[in-house]
Design a protein around this ligand. Structure first.
Ligand code: UFG
Length: 341
């Protein structure tokens, strides 16, 4: 199928473009490069057309739909930082909600009826029980989570009234890097635990600060369900294929179903890198739930999804291979800097 990938130059988007190409689909990447990296496209197994555009601008989207055949859309273009969303809600409503409806209207105008959407575990808020099933009430505790829930609600209305077919994929903690070494995580600023731990291991930052050691968990630190980015990518391809075969629309949790504490992640990283990593203990980060673990049976059952890199150690190892070879992210690739060690 011909897939238009909105936000396809970002972390999860580019891994999914690679998975699409490997599965025999074609892709066109549309990205405003606010957080994505054009350099990443050159590292794909085949050339992919690129359109620099913004999802909130109908005229940019129009170009993509006019210039390329589009059978389905994957939508990754969102602002996605919980803390920032609480400080700058307008930017989140503009990008994630207005951008979303602009995209849906463009799809409708061009008769494109299939959409795979990047949703998030943040739609659930503080869980009543873990693992969290898709039926769990959606009570997001951040603006970010609310914008994602709103778009999921829009998808359901577009399904009911206009016949949209969609899958909303609720990611837990995306982590790791392309096992082939071509692609990886490159955020500025970086806020996610695993890259921060590995940057501390590389001496690129003084230490990793543990945000809170007084949670009601066995070692006092937060527990999360880390899922390999290439496994997320596979789930998008499967969702596309299942939807095109006539499956019903809906939401799917994407996680491994097992939780690891911040301390366990750091210990795993120390094993992978083979040396101690400098750690500090700090206060809790506002808005962090103590435990988030996916009940991800539905994706396994209905999409036939089988995560291939489920072990935390494998996830951290692929991330380590990327970070030590690209300490400055894709900029390192451009400068051709040699790998460390
Ligand atoms: N953490 C630290 N120190 C750091 C960074 C993170 O202790 O320097 C902790 C956090 O407090 C959290 C865990 O490591 O307990 C994971 O934090 P991340 O920032 O890596 O990921 P989050 O769980 O906050 O965020 C993820 C997604 C978001 C999504 C959110 C849902 O990245 O998009 O889950 O809660 F909104």
């Amino acid at each position: 199928m011909n897939v238009l990938v909105i936000g396809g130059a970002g972390y999860i988007g580019i891994h999914t473009v690679k998975a699409l190409l490997e599965a025999g689909h074609t892709a066109v990447v549309f990205d405003n490069l606010s957080t994505g990296h054009q350099e990443a496209l050159a590292r794909l197994p085949a050339p992919v057309p690129f359109i620099r555009g913004d999802v909130t601008r109908a005229e940019d989207l129009e170009r993509a739909f006019k210039e390329h055949p589009v059978d389905a859309v994957m939508h990754f273009a969102a602002k996605s930082l919980v803390g920032e969303s609480m400080q700058h809600p307008a930017a989140y409503y503009h990008n994630n909600v207005l951008g979303g409806v602009t995209l849906l209207e463009c799809m409708r105008a061009h008769g494109v009826k299939t959409l795979i959407f990047s949703s998030t575990a943040a739609v659930y808020g503080e869980p009543e029980a873990v693992p969290i099933a898709e039926e769990h009430p959606l009570r997001p505790s951040s603006v970010y989570g609310r914008t994602k829930r709103m778009f999921e609600e829009m998808l359901e209305d577009y399904r009911r009234v206009y016949g949209l077919r969609y899958a909303a994929l609720r990611y837990f903690n995306a982590a790791g890097a392309d096992p082939g070494g071509a692609l990886g995580e490159d955020h500025d600023p970086e806020t996610h635990l695993i890259p921060i731990v590995l940057q501390a291991a590389l001496g690129l930052r003084e230490a990793v600060t543990i945000y809170g050691t007084d949670y009601d968990t066995p070692d006092g630190t937060c527990i999360r369900d880390y899922i390999h980015v290439s496994d997320l990518a596979d789930a998008h391809v499967l969702a596309l294929e299942v939807l095109s075969q006539g499956a019903g629309s809906g939401a799917y949790n994407l996680g491994n179903g097992s939780g690891f504490s911040v301390r366990e992640v750091i210990e795993t990283a120390e094993r992978v890198v083979g040396r101690p990593i400098p750690v500090k203990e700090g206060p809790r980060r506002p808005g962090d739930p103590a435990v988030l673990v996916a009940g991800a049976e539905k994706a396994r059952r209905e999409l036939g999804w089988r995560p291939r890199w489920a072990e935390l150690e494998t996830i951290v190892r692929t991330a380590w291979e990327w970070h030590r070879a690209h300490p400055q992210g894709y900029r390192t690739a451009r400068a051709g800097a040699p790998p460390l060690d």
